[in-house]
Write a protein that binds this ligand. Structure first.
Ligand SMILES: *[C@@H]1O[C@H](CO)[C@@H](O)[C@H](O)[C@H]1NC(C)=O
Ligand SMILES: *[C@@H]1O[C@H](CO)[C@@H](O)[C@H](O)[C@H]1NC(C)=O
Ligand SMILES: *[C@@H]1O[C@H](CO)[C@@H](O)[C@H](O)[C@H]1NC(C)=O
Ligand SMILES: *[C@@H]1O[C@H](CO)[C@@H](O)[C@H](O)[C@H]1NC(C)=O
Ligand SMILES: *[C@@H]1O[C@H](CO)[C@@H](O)[C@H](O)[C@H]1NC(C)=O
Ligand SMILES: *[C@@H]1O[C@H](CO)[C@@H](O)[C@H](O)[C@H]1NC(C)=O
Ligand SMILES: *[C@@H]1O[C@H](CO)[C@@H](O)[C@H](O)[C@H]1NC(C)=O
Ligand SMILES: *[C@@H]1O[C@H](CO)[C@@H](O)[C@H](O)[C@H]1NC(C)=O
Ligand SMILES: *[C@@H]1O[C@H](CO)[C@@H](O)[C@H](O)[C@H]1NC(C)=O
Ligand SMILES: CC(=O)N[C@H]1CO[C@H](CO)[C@@H](O)[C@@H]1O
Length: 651
C-alpha cells in the first residue's frame, strides 16, 4: 500500500470549475485523493528493456512534419474547448476593470481563433529550474491553495494547451505527468516511504527506501545496474544516460524502483489525458553527432510528446510514433518482414535524454567512495568505448529516421541517433515546439531559471538564442520577437520582473505580403529573488527540505509578483498578455488597463548596452523567516571539463 500521508493532501478535481465560475475567489470543494500515476508501467517487457511486439494492423510510419499529427489535431478539439471555463475563471480573478474578458471568451467559446491558445515553457537549470518552475506551476494551478485569492494567477495552467520542459524543466514536467498530474504541494510533500522529490538525499547515494524496502547505496546501484542490464541483454546499446536516467527516476517517478517499465507514450493512454483535462506535455532534446563537441544553434531540435518523437526542423522534418520508436524504421517505414518494438520510450530515459548534460554528476564523481566498484567499472568501460567527448550523449539506436529525408537529414545514413541535453544549443527555454506556426500558440509564459550570470541568474541568453535561430534557414518559417543584449536585460531590469516580447506586431508584418505569420507573445518570467535567492549552482546535487520549499515559494512569488504586492495589477497584465493576439485578430480596441500594462511590461525596443559590473540582486520582499536561515550552498563544483564546451555553466 502506498497511500498514508497522501490521504491528507487536498486535491480539487476538475469538476470544481463550475463552482469557481460562480464565485471565482471562493475555495472550491476539497476532495482527498492519492498521489497516483498518470503514466503507466506498460512496457511489454515489464522492465526497463524494450521488447519486440506484433506490429499494429497499420504498421507505424514516419510522418512528414508539415502538419500536426492527426492525434494532436483531434485532441486539440477537446483541449481547446476544455480550456474555456478555466480561462474564464483566470480572467475573473485577474479583473481587467474596463473589459469583460470572461464574456468575450464565453461568447466566442466555439471559435478557436478567438479563444487564446496558451503555452507554458519551463527552462533547464537542474534542480534550481525544477524548483523555481514548480513555484510557477503551483501559482498557475487553480488547485493549489492560495492560487485563486487576490493577486493570484490560478487556473492559468488549466487554461493552457501546451506545457513544455527541457532538462531540469523536463524533470518537472515529466514528474507531473508520471504522477497523474498531481499538484506541486503533493509532489513536494510526497508520501511516506516514497523518494519523490526527496532532494536532500544525494542522487549518488540513492533514496532511503525503494518503495518496498530500506535501501543502502550498494543495493540502489545494484538495482540500477540490473535494470540497465535488462536493456543491454535485450540487445540495445547502453549509454551513460541510461544510468543517469535510472537514478533520476527514483526521485521523479513515484513507484517502486523509479518505475522501470513506465513509458512516455503511456501518457496518451491515460483517461484524463484522452479527455484532454490537462495540457499536452512536450520534452525537448538536441541532436549532436558523435565527435562534434559543440552543439551549434543550427543543430536539429527534437521534441518528445505522448504520440510522437521527431523534429519540425527542415533537416529531419518528420515524426515517429513515440510508442514504437525502437522499431527498425528504414526510409520512413518498418519493412514488410520487420518487427515492431515497444518500450524504448522509457519515461525516465526521455527525461534523462533531455538532461543528458547531467551525466556529469556521475562522471565527476566516478571516484566517489559511495559509488560501488561495479558501477565505476561500468561507467569507465562505456567511456572507453565512446570517448570522453561523447559522454553526454543519449544513444537512440535504432535511429527512427534512418534513410528518412536523406537530402536534408545529415544523420539519415547512420543507424544511431545521438541526442543530448535540450539546453546545449543555448536555447535553454523549450520554446521551439511552441513557436511552430502549425501550433498557432498566442502566448508563451517562458519561465527562465538559467544560470547565465556569475551568480546564477538569467540574463536573456536563452531568448536571444531562439531569436537568432529564427533568423537562420534552420528556423524554417518560425518567427520570434526581437530580443536585446544581456547588458540591456540587466540595465533595464528586464530580468527582474516579467517582460513581454513581441507586443508590437508590426515587426512581423513588414515583410512580404504573403508572409504575415505572427508568432506568440512571449511573457518572459525570469528567476528573481523575492523571498529566497534561489540561485544555487546548476550542479548542486542536494537540497534540504527547507531549501526546496523556499525555492518553490520564491517561484510562486516570481509568478505572482509576490501575490500582487509589487504590482497589484500584475494578474490583470498577465491576462492582457493572454488576450493580446486574440484582441488583434478580432479588431477589438485594447482596453486602457491593457495599454497601461503593455507600457509597463513590454520591451519597447530601448537598449542600454553599458557594460555591467556585478549583478547581485537582493530579495525584493526580503528573505522570509524560512529562507533566511537557509544558507544557499554554492555547490562547490566547477564543471569545466564538459565535453560540450563550457555550456554547463549556463544551464
Ligand atoms: C488520477 O487523478 C484523478 C483525479 O484528478 C483520479 O480521478 C484518477 O483516478 C487518478 N488516476 C489514477 C490512475 O490514479
Ligand atoms: C503568496 O501566496 C502563496 C500561496 O498562498 C504563499 O506561499 C506565499 O508566501 C505568498 N507570498 C507572499 C509574498 O505573501
Ligand atoms: C550549421 O552551420 C554550420 C556552420 O555554419 C554548417 O556547416 C552546417 O551545415 C549547418 N547545419 C545545418 C543543419 O544547417
Ligand atoms: C533491428 O535491426 C537490428 C540490426 O540490424 C537487429 O539486430 C534487430 O534484431 C532488429 N530488431 C527487430 C525488432 O527486428
Ligand atoms: C561530486 O564530487 C564533488 C567533489 O569531488 C562533490 O562536491 C559533489 O557533491 C559530488 N557530487 C555529488 C552528486 O555527490
Ligand atoms: C550573459 O550570459 C551569458 C551566458 O549565458 C554569459 O556568457 C554572459 O557573460 C552574460 N552577460 C552578462 C552581461 O551577464
Ligand atoms: C471566428 O472569429 C474570427 C475572428 O473574429 C472571425 O473572422 C470568424 O468569422 C469567426 N468564425 C466563426 C465561425 O464565427
Ligand atoms: C521605453 O522604455 C523605457 C524604459 O525601459 C522608457 O524609458 C522609454 O520612455 C520607453 N519609450 C517609449 C517610446 O515608450
Ligand atoms: C546568490 O546571489 C547573491 C547576490 O544576489 C550572491 O551574493 C550569492 O553569492 C549568490 N549565490 C550563489 C550560490 O551564486
Ligand atoms: C515554412 C517553411 O519554410 N517550411 C519548410 C520547412 O522545411 C520543410 C522541409 O525542408 C519544407 O518542406 C517546408 O516548406
Amino acid at each position: 500500500m502506498r497511500s498514508l500521508r497522501a490521504t491528507l493532501l487536498p486535491l480539487f478535481l476538475p469538476s470544481f470549475i463550475p463552482t469557481v465560475l460562480g464565485a471565482p475567489n471562493e475555495l472550491p470543494e476539497v476532495l482527498a485523493r492519492e498521489l497516483l500515476r498518470r503514466a503507466a508501467p506498460n512496457s511489454p517487457s515489464g522492465n526497463y528493456a524494450p521488447a519486440t511486439v506484433d506490429c499494429p494492423p497499420q504498421k507505424p510510419t514516419i510522418r512528414d512534419a508539415a502538419t500536426l499529427s492527426p492525434s494532436e489535431a483531434e485532441w486539440l478539439q477537446k483541449r481547446r474547448a476544455n480550456t474555456v471555463d478555466p480561462m474564464i475563471a483566470f480572467f475573473k480573478l485577474a479583473g481587467i476593470s474596463d473589459f469583460d474578458a470572461a464574456s468575450y471568451v464565453q461568447s466566442n467559446s466555439n471559435n478557436f481563433s478567438v479563444v487564446p491558445n496558451i503555452g507554458i515553457a519551463m527552462s533547464g537549470g537542474g534542480y534550481r529550474a525544477l524548483m523555481n518552475g514548480a513555484g510557477f506551476i503551483a501559482a498557475a494551478d487553480g488547485r493549489t491553495p492560495g492560487s485563486t485569492t487576490t493577486g493570484g494567477i490560478g487556473n492559468l495552467l488549466q487554461a493552457s494547451t501546451y506545457l513544455s520542459g527541457l532538462s531540469g524543466g523536463g524533470w518537472l514536467v515529466g514528474s507531473i505527468f508520471a504522477n497523474n498530474f498531481s499538484t506541486i504541494p503533493q509532489l513536494r510533500d510526497g508520501e511516506d516511504g516514497s523518494a519523490l522529490w526527496q532532494f536532500s538525499r544525494n542522487i549518488l547515494k540513492g533514496p532511503k527506501d525503494s518503495g518496498l524496502s530500506i535501501l543502502n547505496t550498494a543495493e540502489y546501484w545494484n538495482d540500477i545496474a540490473d535494470q540497465v542490464n535488462d536493456k543491454r541483454d535485450a540487445g540495445y546499446a547502453i549509454s551513460l544516460t541510461d544510468y543517469w536516467s535510472r537514478a533520476l527516476s527514483y526521485q521523479l517517478i513515484n513507484d517502486r524502483d523509479g518505475g522501470p517499465s513506465y513509458t512516455f507514450s503511456s501518457i496518451a493512454d491515460a483517461d484524463q489525458f484522452i479527455a484532454a483535462d490537462t495540457p499536452m506535455p512536450i520534452l525537448v532534446a538536441d541532436e549532436r553527432h558523435p565527435g562534434e563537441t559543440v552543439v551549434a544553434l543550427n543543430s536539429t531540435v527534437f521534441e518528445f510528446n505522448p504520440w510522437e518523437t521527431g523534429s519540425f526542423d527542415p533537416t529531419i522534418f518528420g515524426f515517429a510514433p513515440t510508442k514504437y520508436v525502437g522499431s527498425n524504421f528504414s526510409n520512413g517505414a518498418v519493412p514488410d518482414d520487420g518487427h515492431c518494438v515497444r518500450g524504448f520510450d522509457q519515461f525516465g530515459y526521455v527525461m534523462g535524454t533531455s538532461s543528458s548534460l547531467f551525466n556529469q554528476i556521475l562522471l565527476q564523481n566516478i571516484s566517489d567512495s559511495s559509488l560501488p566498484n561495479f558501477i565505476t567499472d561500468a561507467i569507465t568501460s562505456i567511456l572507453q568505448s565512446i570517448g570522453e567527448d561523447d559522454d553526454d550523449i543519449a544513444e537512440w539506436r535504432p535511429n527512427p529516421f534512418y534513410g528518412y529525408h536523406p537530402d536534408t537529414n545529415g544523420n539519415a545514413d547512420t543507424e544511431l541517433l545521438t541526442l543530448v541535453d535540450g539546453g546545449e544549443d543555448l536555447q535553454n527555454i523549450p520554446l521551439h515546439p511552441l513557436i511552430q506556426p502549425v501550433r498557432a500558440v498566442d502566448v508563451i509564459f517562458a519561465v527562465d531559471s538559467s544560470a547565465d550570470t556569475t551568480y546564477n541568474f538569467p540574463n536573456g541568453t536563452a531568448l536571444r538564442a531562439s531569436y537568432d535561430r529564427s533568423l537562420n534557414a534552420i528556423g524554417n518559417g518560425t518567427k520570434f520577437p526581437a530580443v536585446p543584449d544581456a547588458e540591456t536585460f540587466i540595465n533595464l531590469k528586464l530580468n527582474q520582473k516579467p517582460t513581454f516580447f513581441g507586443c508590437d506586431t508590426s515587426e512581423f508584418t513588414s515583410g512580404s505580403d504573403n508572409d504575415i505569420t505572427i508568432p506568440p507573445l512571449i511573457v518572459y518570467v525570469p528567476l528573481t529573488p523575492y523571498t529566497a535567492y534561489s540561485n544555487a549552482s546548476t550542479f548542486n546535487p542536494s537540497y534540504t527540505d527547507e531549501e526546496r520549499n523556499a525555492f518553490i515559494e520564491n517561484g510562486f512569488n516570481v509568478a505572482t509578483m509576490g501575490n500582487g504586492t509589487v504590482d497589484a495589477q500584475w494578474p490583470a497584465c498577465a491576462a492582457c498578455a493572454v488576450l493580446s493576439r486574440s484582441l488583434q485578430r478580432t479588431g477589438t480596441t485594447i482596453p486602457a488597463t491593457c495599454s497601461s500594462c503593455f507600457e509597463r511590461y513590454c520591451w519597447n525596443g530601448t537598449t542600454d548596452s553599458t557594460p555591467v559590473g556585478s549583478y547581485e540582486p537582493q530579495p525584493i520582499l526580503g528573505l522570509t523567516a524560512l529562507s533566511a536561515g537557509v544558507p544557499i550552498k554554492a555547490g562547490g563544483l566547477v564543471w569545466v571539463t564538459v565535453g560540450a564546451a563550457g555550456l554547463a555553466l549556463a544551464l
